[in-house]
Write a protein that binds this ligand. Structure first.
Ligand code: FES
Length: 101
């Protein structure tokens, strides 16, 4: 897939998130741990949007049952979620954020 420009780096401060729609996909852009990350926005446990969750130290905590996901790998770090969220390659060019989704 081609790289798609999804945001400007100035749109997010550290430990903030915003929803991104790419085609039919509900993705999430995070800025945390000194980097930008793009993941699926829907939790793998039940239906909740991770952009409504708490972001800290490169992880997001789901707003519904507080499962934590590593934004670098997508790994589920805490119950009740056991399945990882999908992560997507991110590229920064100047102040533009691109995703390969
Ligand atoms: S919906 Fe995310 S932890 Fe339950």
């Amino acid at each position: 897939m081609p790289w798609i420009k999804i945001a400007a780096t100035t749109q997010l401060q550290e430990d903030e998130a915003m929803p991104i729609n790419v085609g039919d996909a509900q993705l999430a852009l995070f800025r945390s741990g000194g980097a930008f990350h793009v993941t699926d926005n829907v939790c793998t446990h039940q239906y909740a949007l991770l952009t409504d969750g708490y972001v800290e130290d490169g992880c997001v905590e789901c707003p519904l049952h507080q499962a934590r996901f590593d934004l670098r790998t997508g790994e589920a770090r805490g119950a009740p979620a056991t399945q990882p969220i999908r992560v997507y390659p991110v590229r920064i060019e100047g102040t533009d954020v691109f995703v390969d989704a």
